[in-house]
Design a protein around this ligand. Structure first.
Ligand code: DGT
Ligand code: CA
Ligand code: ZN
Length: 571
């Protein structure tokens, strides 16, 4: 049990209470507690042992008692009784992304269904659209949500898997028999979700490496283990494949097991066109220069080196042939951080803690962007709060040579497309991040109109988390992105790549399209605590997958130039 598990149970309780039609305040209390637990920077077990759980903001006495019970005994009587009181199918149904408890209850009652399978069947028969308040669009989204749920269970967020893979790799590399090694597959390509970990090792002594690996993953279930491949499943459910090859096979294997499949297929047929045959172990046929690295392999095939992030068959082979690949942005290009929260709104670190962490991270400027007034869900700032924060920022800036804090705000785009602060407030801010957090159930046409209107507001600098998706949890709201890109490019509004590994929004596939339309970007951690800047690496992963260079991203610029760009429409 860790804090994610505890937080998930609290979230589930909130959903269950809502399913039962309980008092909204009670529901909200569990939601807040789930949020608070998930956001703890300290160890939950230690807090419980110290008896200070009750001091954590957002956690009341009775909930603290229940979390403690769960932690100590592995059970929570309240939760178990609640689960027993609800048809099990309802529990499955609330897990469908985008389907809240209220609507599950409605669907259950009106369609007389009690399971996810029945819900799916009803949707496929077109019965959902016939219900009042649902319509064709919501039926389609419910079916998509069920598909995500069915597929999602087999994938994990890359951010949950990467540290495990990196740790295994680091330990393997200490072994003398491991000559070369890398993590391959979707992780190496920085895809946002992954099915498993693909480890590749070059060695002359496969049995030795296999033994060492099996010792590393002691508590795992061994699915298969042979001379060239060992597959295990960790107790968490994560599958890990270890592949062993001879040193001379390594560059071919590394390329092959990095993928993607569509990229590999193209590369293999390119080899064939040139009178050679390529597989995971060798390149045979026509004589060619020796291949000791992946770069050699690309060269022999008449291509520039293609970074793993680009290997998705989205034009990289043509560009590599024309020597026209972009020089991809790297994390060290980032100079400033533009979207962060503090304890003024829903952040968990103070302004000073966020600033000190930004200095330690190596940023030269930090844009604070706490939530705006009507953002009740996140303790949005009133005008007076903003003034207090502004004064505190002035004090910091007067005393620090290392880090300049910029005065921003994450301002809600209201349902009619106006912003959540009046002009007199907006004009005092250095820059404005605008985003949608409420009324997500609009039609695509309405949502596009709403956002377009906001982007035309000359105070808006950045459009944040453009689709609102939560990976493996919630689809984005419907919005015509091509239209939005057109408006953003014409207006000079930057599009955010939100680096939170739960969002990674804008999606990399769309980043490439937006870039083609002339859009520029900000890669933002959306940090809610001082450790949150670490997420920037995931945002950079998306930027690289979207073919972005340093020039495409505003926060690679020094503060003055970044600000000038973000305020260009105010003049
Ligand atoms: P994942 O695991 O779904 O997150 O995505 P990948 O890309 O890691 O896929 P995985 O683990 O099934 O396979 C790893 C790599 O092995 C894949 O990216 C390319 C290569 N590979 C797997 N199957 C095939 C195949 O049928 N043909 C070719 N050309 N390559 C394959
Ligand atoms: Ca994989
Ligand atoms: Zn936001």
């Amino acid at each position: 049990m860790d804090k994610r598990d505890a937080s998930r149970i609290l979230e589930e309780i909130a959903a269950l209470l809502e399913l039962k039609g309980e008092n909204p305040f009670k529901v909200r209390a569990y939601e807040n507690a789930a949020h608070a637990i998930d956001g703890l920077t300290e160890n939950l077990g230690e807090i419980i042992e110290a008896g200070t759980l009750i001091d954590v903001p957002g956690i009341g006495e009775s909930i603290a008692g229940r979390i403690t019970e769960l932690w100590k005994t592995g059970h929570m009587a309240f939760y178990e009784a609640l689960v027993d009181s609800i048809p099990p199918g309802y529990l499955e149904m609330v897990r469908v992304p985008g389907l809240g408890a209220k609507r599950v209850r409605l669907l259950g009652e009106k369609l007389e269904i009690t399971s996810l399978a029945e819900l799916k069947a009803a949707g496929e028969k077109g019965l959902i659209r016939a219900l009042k308040g649902f319509g064709e669009q919501s039926e389609k989204r419910i079916l998509e949500g069920i598909a995500i749920l069915e597929k999602g269970s087999s994938r994990s967020l890359a951010s949950q898997v990467r540290p495990i893979a990196e740790d295994l790799l680091a330990k393997l590399r200490k072994h003398a028999a491991v000559l070369e090694s890398e993590v391959g597959g979707s992780l190496r390509r920085w895809v946002e979700t992954v099915k498993d970990v693909d480890l590749l090792v070059a060695t002359e002594k496969p049995e030795k490496v296999t033994q060492a690996f099996l010792k590393l993953v002691e508590s795992a279930t061994i699915i298969a283990s042979g001379e060239t491949k060992t597959s295990v499943r960790l107790p968490s459910g994560l599958a890990v494949d270890l592949r062993l090859v001879l040193p001379k096979q390594y560059p071919f294997a590394l390329h092959y097991f990095t993928g993607s499949v569509p990229h590999n297929v193209r590369i293999r047929s390119r080899a064939l066109d040139r009178g050679m045959s390529l597989n995971e172990y060798e390149l045979s046929g026509k004589r060619h220069a020796p291949v000791r690295t992946e770069a050699d392999l690309f060269r022999v095939l008449g291509l520039e080196y293609i970074e793993p992030e680009l290997r998705e068959n989205r034009g990289e082979i043509e560009a590599a042939e024309a020597k026209a690949l972009p020089k991809l942005i790297t994390i060290s290009d980032i100079r400033g951080i533009l979207h962060c929260h503090t304890t003024y709104s829903d952040g968990r670190s103070t302004l000073v803690e966020m600033a000190e962490a930004a200095v330690a991270w190596g940023a030269s400027y930090l844009g604070l962007a706490d939530h705006s007034a009507t953002a009740r869900y996140a303790r949005g700032l009133s005008e007076e709060d903003l003034k207090r924060q502004s004064d505190e920022i002035d004090r910091w800036n007067a005393g620090s040579k290392k880090l300049r804090i910029l005065k921003g705000a994450e301002v809600d785009i209201l349902p009619d497309g106006t912003l959540d602060y009046p002009e007199r407030v907006l004009e005092k801010l250095d820059y404005v991040v605008a985003s949608v957090h409420t009324n997500l159930n609009m039609s695509e046409v309405e949502m596009t109109k709403r956002v377009t209107r906001a982007l035309k507001n000359r105070y808006v600098s950045i459009f944040a988390h453009p689709t609102g998706r939560l990976l493996l949890e919630r689809q984005g709201y419907p919005i015509a992105l091509e239209e939005i890109f057109k408006v953003a490019a014409a207006e000079g509004v930057l599009i955010e790549i939100n680096a939170s590994p739960h969002r990674l929004d804008l999606d990399w596939r769309e980043v490439l399209k937006a870039k083609g339309r002339g859009v520029r970007f900000a890669v933002n951690p959306d940090a809610h605590h001082a450790g949150g800047y670490a997420d920037l690496r995931y945002g950079i992963g998306v930027a690289r997958k979207g073919w972005l260079t340093k020039e495409d991203v505003v926060n690679t610029l020094p503060a003055d130039r970044a600000l000038a760009l973000m305020r260009s429409r105010r003049a």
